[in-house]
Design a binder for this molecule. Structure first.
Ligand SMILES: Nc1ncnc2c1ncn2[C@@H]1O[C@H](COP(=O)(O)OP(=O)(O)OP(=O)(O)O)[C@@H](O)[C@H]1O
Ligand SMILES: [Mg+2]
Length: 336
């Protein structure tokens, strides 16, 4: 759906140019909710603007549904740009118009007539949960509600792709969930492909299926979020999984300690007790905890292990989808 190949972009800086993107490759499947995460200045907005065809890269290509966008001229370029809705920091609402009027604006530009326009605006208001606010002005809404209106407006003309550049920026914690729900609904109910940039790993944890991690313009990690969390060395695992805090004294009571990542309802709840019973070993949770990635429960536990059949029990856990990592051992052969 969206293919970014060897994309590089620099800007003139003080003295030497700023390399905003360095040879970035990203593949976004149709219907995905794809996150691009990274700290301030890592190139997220530059990448989003290149994909939205608002910015020309120095090198590399952006393909939309296989179409090389670099070859497009004026009229074709405008047509393709309409396939890509954008919500970013510059998406100001029209203060004088009602909420419904704001959402209708892009449809007026397309020349969509009365009843059709009305029905589309109604559907968008429903999608973002603001039907009751249709006749109000933007100033009467909270920042989070205004952001939802901006999303509705970007989706009104029926784009195939929505680019949301840091959609939760400037929105209070309590309103973040509602904005993310709207993005998730756009994917589920309209089949839109979403590319969402964010500095917040929590946004990735809550709604993204796939993630690309940017650092100083370079892509350092990319993949399915649920795959990446099983690799303790990945940045995604480090950012999303519960921290493990155990004292040496806790670990010392066991023969050794291992870290186990478990994914899914059945696995999280049942795998460790079942293994303990089956192999008659002690498997005690001495650190870590439970979180959710999207709707999926994910646990990372540090587990103290004792018993003769410990290796068999751990192998059995791994065979059933648990991801077992052996922690470093201290000088006494005790997990550090
Ligand atoms: N128009 C521009 N002119 C000059 N430098 C720019 C321009 N746009 C971006 N940059 C620089 O390129 C780098 C990447 O910027 P970008 O805005 O893409 O980062 P970002 O990841 O979106 O950051 P943030 O989280 O703060 O939004 C930064 O060093 C930035 O200063
Ligand atoms: Mg940005």
């Amino acid at each position: 759906m969206i293919t970014v190949e060897n994309l590089s972009k620099s800007f003139p800086g003080n003295g030497s140019p700023v390399l905003a993107l360095r040879d970035v490759n990203v593949d976004v499947d149709a219907g995905a909710l794809y996150g691009v995460v990274g700290p301030a200045g890592s190139g997220k907005s530059t990448l989003a603007r290149c994909v939205a065809l608002q910015e020309r890269p120095d090198r590399g290509t952006v393909r939309l549904d296989g179409l090389n966008t670099a070859t497009l001229d004026g009229r074709r370029l405008r047509e393709i740009r309409r396939q890509v809705g954008v919500v970013d920091a510059k998406s100001e609402l029209h203060a004088e118009r009602t909420i419904a009027g704001n959402i209708a604006a892009p449809l007026e530009q397309l020349g969509l007539d009365g009843p059709q326009r009305k029905s589309r605006v109604g559907a968008m208001l429903d999608l973002v949960g603001l039907t009751q606010r249709a006749a109000q002005r933007p100033s009467e809404l909270t920042p989070g509600q205004r952001r939802r209106v901006a999303v509705a407006r970007a989706l009104a003309a029926g784009p195939a792709v929505l680019l949301a550049d840091d959609p939760t920026a400037g929105i209070g914690h309590e309103e973040t969930g509602a904005v993310l729900t709207v993005l998730d609904r756009a994917r589920a109910e309209l089949g839109v492909t979403l590319l969402v940039t964010t500095p917040d790993a929590g946004v990735v944890r809550r709604v993204c299926d796939d993630v690309a991690v940017l650092e100083e313009g370079s892509l350092v990690e990319q993949g399915k979020v649920l795959d990446l969390v099983t690799d303790p060395a990945s940045r995604t695992a480090q950012a999303l999984l519960p921290a493990i805090e155990t004292s040496r004294a806790q670990s010392a009571r066991y023969d050794r300690a291992v870290d186990v990542v478990l994914i899914g309802f059945a696995t999280v709840g049942a795998l460790l007790p079942e293994a303990a019973g089956r192999f008659d070993v002690e498997l005690a949770t001495i650190g870590g905890g439970l979180t959710r990635v999207g709707d999926t429960p994910v646990a990372r536990f540090r587990v103290g292990v004792r018993g003769q059949q410990a290796d068999a029990a751990l192998a059995w856990i791994a065979e059933r989808g648990g991801h077992v990592t052996h922690t470093a051992r201290g000088p006494q052969g005790v997990a550090a």
